[in-house]
Design a binder for this molecule. Structure first.
Ligand code: IMP
Ligand code: MG
Length: 174
């Protein structure tokens, strides 16, 4: 059970990219309200760094926790809400903040659920995207980094709940 982490995306690269995303989001939502919905727990470091780069006087945030993994390494699409957001999103501009979109099953279900609550707009921002693994066709609006089909941890992403605290993203070598 010995694992090691091989650095893939450095702290500096993440900082620079988050800055760019923040600027883009500030421009796209200029003059509008913006509700960031962070998906617990993996999105926390990304959401924290991102919010500091967004210039918007009507920025609010909320959190949701969903269970997605059917097996150890593959989500089932059977998504359950473990913790729902606190307030109504009706008429709000919602931006879901996620750590990674892999098969897309979790995001697909989440979008379906949130759409029924009638937000003014609903977009997705993810730190990482693994397009080669996609099963559900979800449109991701803001992507930090595209990565190959590797299992990664750090900057919020976990390996069996550990390694979330790393300031970089690394490949887990089993
Ligand atoms: P999806 O439903 O397959 O898109 O799975 C999305 C969820 O799987 C993410 O929110 C992560 O929690 C988890 N996940 C997918 N790939 C990785 C990875 O490489 N490292 C850590 N967690 C991952
Ligand atoms: Mg997750």
């Amino acid at each position: 059970m010995s694992r090691r982490i091989e650095p893939l995306i450095t702290e500096e690269q993440i900082k620079a990219r988050v800055k760019e995303l923040g600027k883009q989001i500030s421009d796209d939502y200029r003059g509008k309200d913006l509700l960031l919905i962070g998906i617990l727990k993996g999105s926390i470091p990304f959401l924290c760094s991102l919010m500091w780069e967004i210039d918007n006087e009507k920025l609010a945030m909320d959190f949701m926790d969903v269970s997605s993994y059917g097996s150890e390494t593959e989500s089932s699409g059977d998504v359950k809400i473990l913790k729902d957001i606190d307030a109504s999103i009706k008429g709000k501009n919602v931006l879901i903040v996620e750590d990674i979109v892999d098969t897309g099953r979790t995001m697909n279900k989440l979008l379906d659920m949130l759409k029924t609550r009638e937000p003014a707009s609903l977009k997705i921002c993810t730190l990482l995207d693994k397009p080669s693994r996609r099963v559900c066709d979800v449109k991701v609006d803001y992507i930090g980094f595209e990565i190959e089909n590797k299992f990664v941890a750090g900057f919020g992403l976990d390996d069996d709940q550990y390694m979330r605290q790393l300031k970089y993203v690394g490949e887990v070598i089993f």
